[in-house]
Design a protein around this ligand. Sequence first.
Ligand SMILES: [Ca+2]
Ligand SMILES: [Ca+2]
Length: 229
Amino acid sequence: MNTTSRPTRRRSRLKTLALAACLVAAATAAHADPTVLLADDFNAEHGGVGSAEYSGFANFSAANVDLLAPGYFYSLCQLAGGSTPCVDMEGSGNGTLTTLTAYDLAPGTVTMQFDLAGDQRGRSGNSVVASLVSIFGEVLFSESFSLASDADFTTFSRSVTLADPTQARLRFQSVGPADSMGMLLDNVVLTAGGAITPAVPEPSTWALFAGGLMAVAGCARRRVNAAAR
Ligand SMILES: [Ca+2]
Ligand SMILES: [Ca+2]
């Protein structure tokens, strides 16, 4: 014989439903992790040995850039506060780095992050244009970055929201006096579907966090109420 009364069973079912709703709300409120499409620190290039006019990059097609590592002007990376190989965006002239892969990008957020430093050789007028360009030549993002000659590596992070699915390459181009001394580049990261952990949470992040907290608090309150009954 079933001894559970009908009201008790209904309450138990409601409690289960409420808990499921809470879990869904909390999961939705959690910040989605981005998908890392590219993360390149250039440390393993050329066996870790520096090279002028290097073009054998694992993830990039390159022209007119130097790989700065032990054996070739590695001290410039160190002058800029780095402790690993980096890239001088100007070899014999202004250089370019373009990802070999055209990444499949779904509608939503795409984030580019990279470290740039000044040329460390007292030059002026150097800049680097970072852009995201579709395989059809549509420029989805483009921005010029310049820093003082003696500026240490600075991390830049930029996000774009794509309305349509597309395939695109990330590209860096050196601009300025062609004197074989350009800005330095390192630690290139491309992600889709969420921001790379921001140094300062954006308002939308706080809103999501608050939403998640409220959902969890609501769950806890309901559970206490249920236990008190
Ligand atoms: Ca590096
Ligand atoms: Ca230059």
